[in-house]
Write a protein that binds this ligand. Structure first.
Ligand code: SF4
Ligand code: SF4
Length: 96
């Protein structure tokens, strides 16, 4: 099953506050913009009118942590910041 098909099976209970924020000023000099290709939930979108060209929506984030690697912890990027999700809990996986 593809990631896209898997995501169709997810139930979403979206918090009012985003647990991830993006400092778009850091995106201005990020030429490769790996977020557009590596986020499995496609939370990052290229929109020319946005500062740095990035529009971020947290609602379908599956908390995979990839953006910690390709952005937050990358010394050349660092636009992404995480906080604890609303209600103190995040994604619950049903592996059955
Ligand atoms: S990888 Fe990070 S710094 Fe680069 S465009 Fe995406 S959010 Fe911005
Ligand atoms: S944690 Fe994963 S799904 Fe969520 S925004 Fe980051 S890369 Fe995308």
């Amino acid at each position: 099953m593809s990631v896209e098909k898997d995501l169709e099976t997810v139930e979403w209970d979206v918090g009012e506050e985003g647990h991830i924020t993006v400092d778009n000023s850091e995106c201005v000099d990020c030429e490769e913009k790996p977020c557009l290709h590596l986020c499995p939930a496609q939370c990052f979108d290229y929109q020319e009118e946005q500062e740095g060209g990035i529009y971020f929506s947290y609602e379908h984030c599956i908390e995979c942590g990839s953006c910690m690697v390709f952005c937050a912890n990358d010394p050349d990027r660092g636009a992404v910041s995480w906080t604890k999700p609303d209600g103190g809990k995040g994604v619950e996986y049903d592996l059955g």
